[in-house]
Design a protein around this ligand. Structure first.
Ligand SMILES: Cc1cc2nc3c(=O)[nH]c(=O)nc-3n(C[C@H](O)[C@H](O)[C@H](O)COP(=O)(O)OP(=O)(O)OC[C@H]3O[C@@H](n4cnc5c(N)ncnc54)[C@H](O)[C@@H]3O)c2cc1C
Length: 409
């Protein structure tokens, strides 16, 4: 066995999860040799790329789909990423400061008042804005609106991040440390096998060994785990998320809406796009797709392997489909992909945020939006909404990372 091919730790996947681990190990431990394997020819070209996700550094303050406990957990990660980015001087390059808020409309107003009370103590910078104040801050939220509207938010927090650029910076900064860091691009890991007290990784270009392996391969993590007999209690349902661009600038803030607790994915929001100046992005939609990567060729067999259909998966689907609200939500999200009708339908959805927005004000963002590998817990027969980890306790870990997976990297 050649020495060059032996590593202390091997990381599979060069998105934000894999690269942040690479940096953390190189910068904060005395581990001598780490390798990162990425099958594409660039770092973070899939879900961690700014084109694929909502670019939100989730602090938990405006995401009403999070409980306070979940919000504080994600805030811890967001703070770490913010500290990293600011310490390296990435302000306005990879981390951005926009006003942000969550709005409540009509009968949602009392809920917002009580949530503000609960969250204010933990997020002292949060402000509560009534209709009058909102009209000054973001006139388009109020224009043409008959019902009451309030919001809680802030004007001075870093809340947007280019997770793709941050991933690249993690690699660059890892290479500056004393640790011997090897980044192997265009090197897909086909299999991982236990070999004595190490693991053998077979890639497109050779065979490698490592004492510890962490798989951060997005939708492919479960595929690799299942190949080794791990994670059979999980299944993944890949859910694509598309976006629409506004043709002109409507608002300057990130604007989230109150989550319907029955719906399995975050409600549509509005975000200033960080890759195009002065453009608002609306989304994401939520569309279950039979593939593991959004804009890559079909991989139906791999999809079926990670879906791993059996009675438990069928029961989860049955529960989702027989709930009227969820069924309507799924059908609507399918229709948001159909040319000709989609602009009009999606504009109606966004009118909760901007009442005067019409079908002609938006266009479908072609090629934008990634895929969330939503995890199904087959034992408890439920769709999990966040990340999941398979820790074999034998120096081998598999991470599955739907939203807010970039923030919690
Ligand atoms: C529409 C949408 C909106 C989102 N919005 C947000 C948001 O606002 N904020 C947030 O925090 N999160 C958000 N997320 C989630 C976030 O994008 C992901 O959780 C995060 O990017 C996952 O990073 P990752 O590194 O785990 O996976 P990925 O970025 O998917 O990277 C996995 C990498 O592994 C590589 N790979 C796969 N198989 C192999 C193999 N066998 N060998 C070698 N390499 C392999 C892939 O090529 C890829 O580069 C959103 C996701 C979507 C789809």
């Amino acid at each position: 066995m050649s020495r060059e091919h032996f590593f202390d730790v091997a990381i599979v996947g060069g998105g934000i999860s894999g690269t942040s681990l690479l940096y953390t190990l190189a910068r904060y431990t005395n581990i001598a040799k780490v390798a990162l394997f990425e099958k594409c020819d660039e770092i973070a070209s899939l879900n961690s790329n700014a084109k694929s996700n909502s670019q939100t550094l989730h602090a938990g303050d405006i995401e009403t789909n999070y409980s306070l406990k979940k919000a504080l957990k994600v805030k811890k990660s967001a703070d770490m990423l913010e500290n990293y980015a600011r310490r390296h001087g990435y302000e306005n390059k990879s981390i951005f400061n926009f006003p942000k808020m969550v709005i409540a409309v009509g009968n949602e107003v009392p809920y917002m008042k009580s949530r503000y009370k609960e969250f204010k103590e933990h997020y002292p910078y949060l402000k509560f804005w009534d209709k009058e104040r909102l009209e000054e801050l973001e006139p388009k939220l109020v224009e043409g609106r008959e019902s009451d509207i309030v919001a809680m938010g802030s004007t001075e927090q870093f809340c947007a991040m280019d997770f793709g650029k941050i991933s690249e910076s993690f690699v660059e900064n890892a290479k500056k440390q004393e640790c011997d860091v090897e980044v192997c691009l265009q090197e897909e890991v086909y299999s991982i096998k236990e070999r004595g007290n190490a693991y053998q990784l077979l890639t497109a270009k050779g065979i490698y060994f490592a004492h510890y392996v962490v798989v951060d391969a997005g939708s492919h993590s479960l595929l690799l785990a299942n190949d080794m007999g791990y994670g059979m209690e999980y299944s993944t349902l890949p859910v694509g998320g598309s976006f629409y661009y506004a043709k002109k600038q409507f608002i300057n803030s990130k604007v989230y809406t109150i989550q319907n607790p029955k719906l399995p994915f975050a409600a549509v929001h509005a975000d200033p796009d960080i890759i195009h100046d002065n453009i608002t992005r609306f989304g994401p939609t939520a569309l279950a797709l039979p593939k593991l990567e959004r804009y890559k060729g079909a991989d139906f067999i791999d999809f079926m392997k990670t879906l791993n259909p059996d009675k438990a998966v069928f029961d989860v689907f049955y529960d989702l489909i027989t709930d009227g609200d969820i069924r309507e939500y799924m059908i609507k999200n399918m229709m948001y992909e159909i040319p000709v009708i989609r602009n009009g339908l999606f504009a109606k959805e966004v009118q909760k945020i901007i009442p005067t927005l019409g079908a002609d004000d938006i266009e479908y963002a072609d090629g934008i939006g990634g895929l969330r590998p939503q995890v199904i817990d087959k034992i408890n027969k439920r769709l999990l909404l966040g990340e999941a980890k398979i820790d074999t306790k034998k120096g081998l870990v598999f991470n599955m990372t739907p939203s807010p997976g970039a923030t919690s990297c």
